[in-house]
Write a protein that binds this ligand. Structure first.
Ligand code: HXC
Length: 259
């Protein structure tokens, strides 16, 4: 499955698709072509019942160094306005299955924004997270100002975006950016183990759970609770819910089908 130039794509274990950013010479800078490849892979994965969970990872020392500054230098306001990149970010944002980012090393600018598009971040202890766009006279442009403040609150988001200073994996864990920290050599292995656990669950319950959690960013608590209730009722009509409960009663492992 590797007809890609800027990423590699592998089905590593049942239910899991691994996307590895692969522009080490440019520190995995997210040029438009790379983003378009991720969007294309996710579009296929959306339709592929054999894919339940996606992992996105980078290199040992750099997850991704941000947008490709050399490509950005060629743009002006009008060409940026016509740019295809927002469409690719939208595809990543709208992917309905769980995404885990396995992050070692520098995770900066658009690279950090990509990691924040993931649902779970597993960070190596060598990870550094930052939004250094301010050093270039710009601001984050793929949701950084919005997702970061919702994750870590105003003060830390302001510090990172206004100063461009990086934070460590430990700080990212404390701030709720990362779900876990591992030794760098274990980051991908841990993400795969987690993906394997997730991939055994009901695909339909996973999608509904992801959507319900993401909805929390969009709604009031009352509306969110109402949405959750409707989603909960919807799942009561699925075969997977019957199978999950039957398996519990019969003291066996459930066999979920996504129906
Ligand atoms: C294009 C990049 C790049 C980038 C590195 N390179 N980052 N090219 N875009 N974001 C290139 C360098 O130009 C260099 O190419 C080669 O990769 C190696 O870079 P070094 O700096 O020598 O590597 P290293 O010493 O290992 O340092 C790694 C690094 C540093 C800490 C990640 O490269 C760095 O700080 N990069 C820029 C980070 C940044 O400012 N990101 C924000 C981008 S703006 P040559 O040809 O010289 O060998 C952004 C906006 C998002 O993300 C907007 C919405 C998407």
């Amino acid at each position: 499955m590797s007809d890609y130039s800027d990423i590699t794509v592998e089905k590593r274990q049942p239910g899991t698709l691994l996307i590895t950013l692969n522009r080490p010479e440019a520190r995995n800078a997210l040029r438009t072509h790379l983003l378009s490849e991720i969007a294309a892979v996710l579009s296929d994965a959306e339709q592929d019942d054999m894919v339940t969970c996606v992992i996105i990872t980078g290199g040992e020392k750099v997850f991704a160094a941000g947008a490709d500054v050399k490509e950005m230098a060629e743009h002006n306001a009008v060409s940026l306005w016509r740019d295809e990149r927002p469409r690719h970010w939208k595809s990543i944002r709208e992917f309905s299955k769980p995404i885990i980012a396995a992050v070692n090393g520098f995770c900066l600018g658009g690279g950090f924004e990509l990691a924040m598009h993931a649902d779970i971040i597993i960070a190596g202890s060598n990870a550094q997270f930052g939004q250094p766009e301010i050093n270039l006279g710009i601001i984050p442009g793929a949701g950084g100002t919005q997702r970061l403040v919702r994750t870590v609150g105003k003060s830390l988001a302001m510090k990172m975006i206004l100063s461009g200073e990086f934070i460590s994996a430990d700080e990212a864990l404390t701030a709720g950016i990362a779900a876990e920290i591992t030794q760098p050599e274990n980051t991908l292995r841990r993400a795969e183990k987690l993906a394997a656990t997730i991939a055994k669950k009901s695909p339909i319950a996973l999608k509904v759970a992801k959507q319900a959690i993401l909805n929390a960013y969009e709604t009031s608590l009352e509306q969110g609770l109402d949405n959750e209730r409707k989603a909960f009722l919807f799942l009561a009509a699925t075969e997977d819910r019957n199978e999950g409960i039957a398996a519990f009663m019969e003291k066996r492992s459930p066999k979920f089908t996504g129906n």
